[in-house]
Write a protein that binds this ligand. Structure first.
Ligand code: SF4
Ligand code: SF4
Length: 256
């Protein structure tokens, strides 16, 4: 029996036993919107944003630590090859910032940059989505309602950052079942997914998973609060954003 088939049977067994995502019923419901239950400790902001110190997290290995934490927290399927699904990953300077430079500083040229959805202030992905499956929350987070996604991929064409992944294959066949996060929904084939700035963790008073795993290299906070840690970093360091000339106003800043 091949790995995929074995994984599927194992998943169905767990689902039937009610062990996946809470109960068998919720496994099916789990293809919809993540339920964001707000606890008393919920973190809130007028405009969430992120500052990444690429001097501290600038190699494939260090970025893999962030990706592992994120992908495990969100049951992101592990599909090798072109149909892979990713929420955060590593890219070189040119790919990340679209700024070819023949005479670049060698350190910067060799550095890797963690790439994720920018939770843009003016998100083209939201504008082109015909079903409002992707929408912008008042706190700036660009969220997904998997129930509403019809798989047309307009949002993927609209995003100039390649931040979205399409589930070409049945993602539930490619889950790490031993480490399944039962609190977060799994998706189904034909659905688009991406980084959600960990809305479900913020609702429980927790920092995003990548921030927690980054040993201080990634900082998350309220961009509208002049006293926040992110604003302090933006005051003290030179930062750049991805493709600023497009006017989407990314909410992710990179200290270089
Ligand atoms: S990075 Fe792409 S997917 Fe994320 S908000 Fe901006 S346009 Fe949308
Ligand atoms: S903010 Fe959360 S969802 Fe986004 S990349 Fe970090 S860990 Fe993943």
């Amino acid at each position: 029996m091949n790995h995929t088939r074995r994984n599927f049977l194992k998943f169905m067994g767990l689902a039937a036993a009610g062990l996946c995502a809470g109960s068998a019923g919720s496994v099916l419901a789990a293809s919809g919107a993540p339920s964001v239950k707000k606890g008393p400790q919920a973190l809130s902001a007028k405009r969430w944003g992120m500052v990444i110190d690429t001097k501290k997290v600038g190699t494939k290995e260090t970025i893999e630590v962030l990706a592992k934490a994120c992908h495990q927290a969100h049951n992101v399927p592990n599909i090798p090859g072109k149909q892979n699904v990713k929420w955060i990953w590593a890219a070189g300077f040119e790919e990340a910032f679209d700024q070819p430079n023949n005479y670049m500083d060698e350190g910067l040229e060799k550095r890797e940059f963690p790439i994720l959805c920018n939770h843009c202030t003016n998100p083209p992905c939201v504008r082109v989505c015909p079903t409002q499956a992707t929408y912008q929350r008042p706190d700036g987070i660009v969220a997904m309602d998997y129930h509403r996604c019809i798989g047309c991929r307009y949002c993927m064409a609209g995003c100039p950052f390649g931040a979205r992944s399409f589930n070409f294959m049945e993602p539930r066949l490619h889950l790490d079942l031993a480490n399944l996060n039962k609190e977060f929904p799994t998706r189904m084939r034909g659905v688009v997914e991406k980084c959600n700035f960990c809305v479900e963790r913020l609702a429980q008073g927790k920092q995003p998973a990548c921030v927690e795993a980054s040993s201080g290299a990634v900082v998350f906070g309220d961009l509208s609060d002049a006293n926040s840690e992110v604003r302090k970093l933006l005051r003290e360091h030179y930062t750049i954003r991805r493709k600023p000339s497009l006017g989407t106003e990314p909410g992710v800043y990179y200290i270089i």
